[in-house]
Ligand binder design. Structure first.
Ligand code: CAA
Length: 265
């Protein structure tokens, strides 16, 4: 029985020794609300306690359209700065736990991976996307900043110059473009995404599990040591945005399906 409301988890699926997490708020394009963050955090602990039995974790979105379309704007639009701090630090921590999990983690990106959804994918080890996926960090269109580790992880992946360009212009990337920058490792037709992912799972399951985890840890080692302060700064800067009228306007405009009118206050 699935004990989570916003997430489905499948053990030994699509094959033995593989776990699949499916984000399941399809009507909201799997947008991440506080319950989803809490459930993801609990689920990662649950997976951590049985990880010896498994070889790989896969994350994907429920439905045809979306991986995860970011943090839930409707919920965030009503948050005080203190509530936002709690929510965003929980999201940062859940993604850190995911990144540190002793299993290779694959993001199977089957549609929108925007904002917190892209940040989630960036916390995974391998990203496979369908041709119709759209990726990016459009937070500044809402008066907020990427605040689930995106400013740190994207910068590490593509370098400061490209990260600034993408984040400061709210750039949305098609899967092929993200592939060209090494952000996505494989791109395929939507109907081939299962097959591509399954081949990769099969390959990883056949490799030496201890060596895989040790390799993952070694690759990440200096990044963790150097980014603690970066995460703190990102969180504080994000919470500052919740003091601004522009954030209220940006989120209200999204919900009212109109262009935001920012006044720099
Ligand atoms: N939060 C809450 N609801 C969302 C959502 C989100 N992030 N993304 C989509 N939805 C909802 C829409 O409001 C809409 O609801 P209604 O049917 O009730 O109107 C429903 O999902 C379908 O969305 P659209 O009608 O907009 O679908 P579309 O195909 O026209 O557009 C989209 C899809 C391009 C993904 C568009 O929905 C969109 O731009 N979403 C927001 C993406 C975004 O800005 N994400 C960043 C959020 S901030 C963040 O993530 C902070 C952080 O770092 C932690």
């Amino acid at each position: 029985m699935n004990k989570y409301e916003t997430i489905k988890v499948h053990y030994d699926n699509p094959m033995e020794k593989a776990i699949t997490i499916v984000f399941s708020r399809e009507k909201q394009l799997n947008a991440m609300n506080s319950l989803m963050v809490k459930e993801l955090s609990t689920l990662i602990d649950e997976i951590d306690s049985v990880k010896e039995k498994y070889r790989v974790l896969i994350l994907t979105g429920g439905g045809e359209k979306s991986f995860v379309a970011g943090a839930d704007i409707s919920e965030m639009s009503n948050m005080s700065p203190n509530e936002a701090k709690l929510f965003l630090s929980s999201a940062q921590n859940a993604l850190l736990k995911l990144e540190k999990l002793d299993l290779p983690v694959i993001a199977k990106i089957n549609g929108f991976a925007l904002g917190g959804g892209f940040e989630l994918a960036l916390a995974c080890d391998i990203r496979i996307a369908s041709q119709n996926a759209l990726l990016g960090l459009p937070e500044v269109t809402l008066g907020i900043i990427p605040s689930a580790g995106g400013t740190q992880r994207l910068t590490k992946l593509v370098g400061e110059s490209i990260a600034k360009y993408w984040i400061l212009t709210a750039k949305r990337l098609k899967a092929k473009e993200a592939y060209n920058f090494g952000v996505v490792h494989e791109v395929c037709e939507p109907q081939d995404l299962d097959e591509y992912t399954n081949k990769l799972i099969e390959k990883i399951i056949g490799l030496a599990p201890i060596a895989l985890v040790k390799a993952k840890k070694s690759i990440q080692s200096t990044f963790w040591k150097n980014t603690i302060l970066g995460y703190e700064d990102e969180l504080n800067n994000a919470v500052d945005c919740f003091e601004s009228d522009d954030l209220r306007e940006g989120m209200k405009a999204f919900l009212e399906k109109r262009r935001a009118n920012f006044e720099n206050k």
